[in-house]
Design a protein around this ligand. Structure first.
Ligand code: BGC
Length: 754
């Protein structure tokens, strides 16, 4: 199959090279092949080919007339003349159909458009933000959540999502950590695969599956200082062992598309990086889908000082292997000239176009361009009871119990005198997070509503407002720093309470794209309010809402119970109430390290040792003089209302390059619960220094009180090997430490020699 494709491509390239590109190719079927996409390519003019490589943001107002002037007019004319291959940010059957009809009925070749959108954690119904979902460590649930997003979006005309984001990041200052899978490449790879499976299903041509995008290739999560869009500078070992594996995993899962990135990686803007795109992705990994640029990232190569103008940017991007240009107009304006002048080889154009056509073909768009335009199906969105249940389950699983001194939690619904404090407790928009294009403001269940639904009796005092102006996707969030209205009333109410539930954290629009922070504390007056409440009442349950790890050091030292509740989507308040009142026993585990202080960032568990790990009596060891090296909560950490015991760790060589690991986990508490059993290794001595521990396996198991289960893992060359300084994967025999436990800190250890 691949051979036939290669042969067909070769023929078409040959043909294109000897033909005049401005004219329609006039070739008989037998001259080329039986491959309809190759045939189609052969019929295309250069302009039409470049059209396929062009993606425009939506411009069409379905209720109004066709655009008559400005940018929109130009886009409309291009659409009519077959110079647009894809659109983003158009949704709803009516709108999509209208544009598709133009592409299919009014252009010379009638090639359908592929419609892309950021379907990141659901569409109308929202699941928890991606980082939160990963805290579930439940790959099936994560897959189902992506499936739900695909169901809803595809019913509204969409057939392509710009997800999953698989950028590994170790820096909580970077606002986009909310969209990824956290700091670990092993977990990130499995989550990436699950999400691709969820979006794409087993048959892309079904009307409820959509093409996925692994993004942002590559290094975007390593933005210097955690500042979005900033340069990334990483060595080969980190690139190959940490950044690339989740992308490779998605390619292995047949992800349809890959998005490149805004950033420079080691001085080269990702969009113009031939090594990454041609040599690695399309070459070594054999990726057969297409590469979409990030929004305007082609043009941004000018600001990077890499391209001298937009034409140069078009040349660099096309030559480097970028197949489709999102909104930088570089290809549509300049690629034809670049081909004419010999700066871009037509074979690159043909390769790109064929890749794009093949994805459209796989989506079934050539059989039925209106496949995703079923008005009846669209009516099943927005409200779907099954989806509400699904996202509530996902939200419960995503919650991480960080502290529970003296079994403060769970609370009883009979509990008298509960006071709930915090502006975020009443929020119906913030829990939706910042990536929620398809959903409407105010559609999340607030914590207050969640408690009311349980018939809990409580008093609510919001305290000061968190924001002073309504927040939006495109503007900076304005935090209230001076209006103290409600502060004293909240403290007064807290004084008389038996238990105070404080809901504090970031607003949903404080994390996400363009939302880096230098301060990882509670914004506004929240910390002050927390401390004031603590003065009058010790019995505080702190519910933290955030899109990233926050610094919770003061809370850890002063508050008996802490629940990490992220931004949990549509069913947020119900899920939080389920956990607070023990209807669900928390099982979430952190996918990112929580620092004690922002000065420790980037902080991550799978670090290298130093030559001076210490501690030592003298200062000459690797440490801070004003803070511990340790995080507040380590990667993989999370408590339960029950207790688990780990015993009987055994590791034996099952071959020259493999290890079998067995252990027993018991529920020694009083409540049924799910535990994420984690396996880490260390390659003790290697030709490249290896991390002090690396996650290489996990299993989530359900245990009834008193129940024990044996958990087994098989470590093979794939888990035991690593990429060396040349980017080559190698296995080196020797001594390995094998560690198992409930998180990356509290581990039972054994060693084994291979
Ligand atoms: C983001 C991408 C996103 C694209 C389209 C960009 O700003 O970086 O992740 O898919 O916009 O919305």
């Amino acid at each position: 199959m691949i051979e036939t494709k290669k042969l067909s491509l070769f023929l078409v390239i040959l043909i294109s090279m000897i033909s005049c590109h401005k004219q329609t190719q006039n070739l008989s079927e037998t001259e080329i092949s039986n491959d309809p996409m190759v045939e189609l390519l052969a019929k295309m003019t250069l302009e039409e080919k470049i059209g396929q490589m062009t993606q425009y943001n939506g411009f069409w107002d379905s209720t109004g007339p066709a655009p008559k002037e400005g940018d929109a007019k130009e886009k409309y004319d291009h659409l009519k003349s077959g110079r647009v291959g894809s659109m983003l940010n158009v949704s709803g059957v009516k709108e999509v159909r209208k544009l598709q009809e133009i592409a299919v009925k009014e252009t010379r070749l009638g090639i359908p458009i592929i419609f892309g959108l950021d379907v990141i954690h659901g569409h109308k119904t929202l699941a928890p933000i991606p980082l939160a979902e990963v805290a579930s460590w439940d790959l099936d649930a994560i897959e189902q959540s992506a499936r739900m997003g695909a169901e809803e979006a595809s019913a509204r005309g969409i057939n392509w999502t710009f997800a999953p984001m698989v950028d590994i990041s170790r820096d909580a200052r970077w606002g986009r950590v909310m969209e990824g899978a956290g700091e670990d490449p092993y977990l990130g790879s499995l989550v990436g695969k699950a999400r691709v499976r969820g979006f794409q299903g087993t048959d892309l041509s079904k009307n409820n599956t959509i093409a996925a995008t692994a993004k942002h290739f590559a290094g975007y999560g390593f933005a210097e200082s955690g500042r979005d869009y900033n340069a990334a500078d990483v060595g080969t070992v980190t690139l190959f062992n940490t950044i690339l594996p989740p992308f490779k995993a998605c390619v292995d899962e047949n992800v349809a598309t890959v998005m490149n990135a805004f950033n420079t990686l080691n001085g080269i803007p990702a969009t113009g990086d031939e090594y990454l795109q041609r040599d690695i992705l399309k070459g070594e990994w054999g990726f057969e889908g297409f590469i979409i640029s990030d929004w305007g990232s082609g043009a941004e190569m000018i600001a990077h000082g890499f391209a001298k103008d937009l034409e140069h940017a078009a040349i660099l991007a096309a030559n480097a292997g970028s197949d489709m240009d999102m909104e930088s107009y570089a290809f549509v304006k300049h690629l034809a000239t670049a081909v004419d002048s010999g700066h871009v080889d037509i074979k690159h154009i043909d390769d790109s176009v064929l890749r794009i056509l093949r994805i459209k073909e796989a989506l079934g768009l050539f059989d039925d361009p209106y496949r995703y335009c079923d008005k009846e199906r669209e009516k099943t969105v927005p409200y779907h009871e099954d989806h509400a249940t699904l996202v509530r389950d996902m939200a419960k699983k995503s919650i991480v119990l960080l502290k529970n001194e003296d079994r403060t939690l769970p609370l009883s619904t009979e509990q008298k005198n509960i006071v709930v404090i915090g502006d975020l407790a009443q929020e119906k928009t913030s829990p939706l997070g910042s990536w929620r294009i398809g959903s409407d403001d105010g559609t999340a269940i607030s914590v207050i509503e969640g408690l009311e639904a349980k018939d809990v009796k409580f008093k609510y005092k919001s305290g000061p407002a968190l924001i002073s102006q309504p927040a939006s996707f495109i503007n900076e969030v304005i935090i209230n720093k001076d209006d103290r209205t409600g502060f004293d009333a909240a403290v007064k109410a807290a004084k008389k309470a038996d238990v105070v539930v404080m809901v504090l954290g970031e607003h949903g629009f404080q994390s996400g794209e363009g939302r880096s922070r230098t301060d990882l504390g509670f914004p506004g007056m929240q910390q002050e309010l927390l401390e004031a409440v603590k003065e009058v009442n010790d019995n505080i349950v702190l519910v933290v809402m955030s899109g990233r790890p926050l610094v919770l050091t003061w809370a850890e030292e002063n508050v008996p119970a802490i629940v990490q509740a992220w931004q949990l989507g549509t069913e947020s308040g119900n899920a939080i109430a389920d956990v607070l009142f023990g209807e669900y026993n928390p099982s979430g585990k952190l996918p990112m390290t929580f620092p004690r202080d922002v000065g420790q960032v980037p902080i991550y568990y799978n670090k290298l040792n130093t030559g001076r790990p210490g501690p030592s009596d003298l200062v000459f060891w690797s440490h801070y003089i004003d803070e511990s090296n340790n995080p507040l909560y380590p990667f993989g950490y999370g408590l339960s209302y029950t207790q688990y015991k780990y015993s009987g760790l055994k590791a034996v060589a099952s071959g020259p390059k493999s290890i079998t690991v067995d252990l027993t986990v018991s529920n020694v508490g009083e409540m049924a619960g799910e535990e994420v059993v984690q396996l880490y290794i260390q390659d003790k001595v290697a030709s490249v220094s290896r991390p002090i521990k690396e996650l290489k396996g996990f299993e989530k198991i359900m245990l009834q009180p008193g129940e024990s289960k044996v958990v087994s893992f098989e470590l093979t060359e794939q888990e035991l090997g690593f990429f060396n300084t040349k980017g080559t994967f190698i296995f080196e025999p020797g001594e390995f430490t094998v560690m198992v436990g409930p998180n990356s800190r509290d581990l039972s250890t054994t060693t084994i020699e291979l």
